[in-house]
Structure formats: C-alpha cells, structure tokens
Design a protein around this ligand. Structure first.
Ligand code: SF4
Length: 312
C-alpha cells in the first residue's frame, strides 16, 4: 500500500511513528549512566536472592506494587484464572501477529477466526481450556469484541511493512547480581532496528497514565539489554484508535530507573516478609480479592459510588 492509499487516521499514526529528520540517538554514555543508577539503587538486594530462586520483576508486579501493596500480595496468592477480558486481549494480540504475515486481502473476520482457532486448538496455550468451555453466547460476544478491536487496527493503523522489522510479543530479559534479580518484559509490538525502535503497547481499553510507566519500564530494559535506547514509546488504543506517544530521553530512562528500583525493592521486602504491605485504596479496590474485609477499600468504594461515609 502506498502512502497516498492511507486513510487520514492511518496517515496521522504513520506521521507520528516516522523518524523526524532532526532525530539523534541518545549518547552511548547514557546507557552506562542509567545502568549505574539502577545497580546503585538496587544495591540492598545484592545477595538476598539467588539465580535458582531469583527476584522476578515484570510490568504487572511493578504496577500492582505501586498501586496497593496489599493487593499486590493478595493477588499473587490467587491462582491465575482467565476471564473474557484477559482472553480478549490475548486473541487480539494473536490476530495482530497473524496480520503481520497474512497474505492476500485482509478480512478481519477471517483473521479473528484464525486467531481464536490457533489458541483454542493449541493445548500448550493456557487459554485453550477456557475457550473450549465458554458457552456459545459468551463466545459470540467475545468474538464480536475481538472483531471490533481488530477491525479498528486494520482500519486505523498503517499496514506494517516488512522493512520496518515488526515484532509481536517481543520478550526481553535483563538480569543483575549474578542472575539473582531478573527483569522480564513482553512488548506487544516493536518496530524498527535496535537503537531506533518504537515500542508499542496495544490496549484493548482506555489509555491511562500508568501505560506510560509500563512503556518506560520496557524502554529501560530494552536499553539495558541492547545497550541502545529505543526512539519512541507509544500506547495505541484499539478501541479509540488513539496513539499516546513519548520520545525516549535520558530523563525518561532515569524516571524509569527510579520507579523500577523503588518497585523492585518493595516487591523484595514483601516477598521476604521483612515488613507488612501498605494499603493504598484506588481503582484496583473494585477487583481486589480481599476488598470485603478491607476497611480502607470499602470506604474508598463507597466514596467512588458517591455514598456518604458518615452513614457507614
Ligand atoms: S480493597 Fe483496596 S485498599 Fe484494600 S487491600 Fe484491596 S486494593 Fe488495597
């Protein structure tokens, strides 16, 4: 497809993703400085974990521990269970992966059916059993929701050219202190070569400020692993076809170090049970497994619902 064939939204997204003429990569010294800052801040963790039993840090852990620590601890205790929302995201990502190598005209319905089948028919996919047992009506609803997101992607995101070197579900691992502290990432979509990459998070819901934090974490780990900073971070909402982008700067990487280090230390302290988790009410109270027995959470939920707390 030529640029002239793009619709206005696709053109706008492409313009945002394009490398500006005056863009210059970050100085290589920034990588060493950022790594030193991370190592220095995480020094208290040295020797507390082992390569066999490492401290594992990922996007979700950082996000929950910076929200409510008690929620973070309790959620970890719960066995993971698929639901329609989480499986929706997984199928959408699979559909985008299929789109990268799709030959011939793209019909979202065909791509979605293939994506559902490739997950449902693959016993190694943990969502397979969940999809198998989903009642027909819920499956139809799920298919509709996935279709809407995939159609938005096809209609609003510029077609991904091979020369952009797009990667889907791109995983990166970085470790410190003899592999005793491990940082994992899995990025939805990566475009470009190391040193000028664009890291994109595909969102099936609203784009919120925490998405920027997630992407900054990805940028930090990508920088430390490839020794070159990516160029741009972007959250793309598949529902609203909106792109929220941020250029990677030294300041962005330093902010990522501070948040990652503070989160990693908190996760370690909670895992080692060296202190009690702190309670911080927020949006997560709505799906917190211990909300029923948490006074702060209940108060927050009543306030969110517009209730008068004095009546409680
Ligand atoms: S209900 Fe809210 S404040 Fe209480 S533990 Fe859960 S998330 Fe934290």
């Amino acid at each position: 497809m030529q640029e002239d064939d793009l619709n206005p939204i696709q053109f706008e997204v492409l313009s945002t993703l394009r490398v500006p003429e005056d863009w210059r990569p970050l100085d290589p010294g920034v990588v060493a400085a950022v790594e030193s800052l991370l190592v220095e801040t995480l020094a208290p963790l040295r020797g507390r974990f082992t390569a066999e039993n490492p401290l594992r840090i990922n996007k979700n852990g950082l996000s929950t521990v910076h929200g409510c620590e008690k929620f973070h601890v309790e959620q970890k205790r719960q066995p993971f269970a698929w639901n329609v929302n989480t499986v929706r995201g997984t199928i959408v990502h699979k559909a985008v992966e299929l789109l990268l190598n799709w030959r011939g005209p793209v019909t979202p319905a065909d791509v979605v059916d293939e994506a559902i089948a490739s997950i449902a028919d693959n016993p190694r996919e943990s969502a397979s059993d969940f999809l198998d047992q989903l009642p027909a009506a819920q499956m139809a609803e799920l298919r509709g929701a996935v279709m809407s997101a995939v159609t938005n992607f096809v209609d609003c995101f510029p077609p991904l050219k091979r020369q952009w070197r797009p990667l889907v579900e791109y995983s990166v691992l970085y470790d410190l202190f003899d592999k005793s502290v491990q940082f994992n990432t899995r990025m939805d979509l990566v475009i470009g070569q190391p040193g000028r990459r664009v890291l994109i998070d595909l969102k099936t819901g609203r784009v919120t400020p925490t998405h920027r934090d997630d992407l900054r974490y990805y940028a930090l780990i990508e920088t430390l692993r490839t020794r070159q900073a990516p160029r741009l971070l972007a959250s793309y909402s598949l529902d609203s076809a909106r792109l929220d982008e941020e250029e990677v700067s030294e300041g962005v990487l330093q902010a990522a170090v501070r948040r990652t280090a503070a989160g990693a230390i908190a996760i370690a302290e909670l895992q080692l049970k060296s202190r009690e988790p702190r309670v911080r009410p927020g949006m997560q109270c709505r799906w917190c497994p211990v909300a029923g027995e948490c006074a702060e959470g209940q108060r927050h939920l009543r306030e969110m619902a517009g209730g008068d707390d004095d009546e409680a």
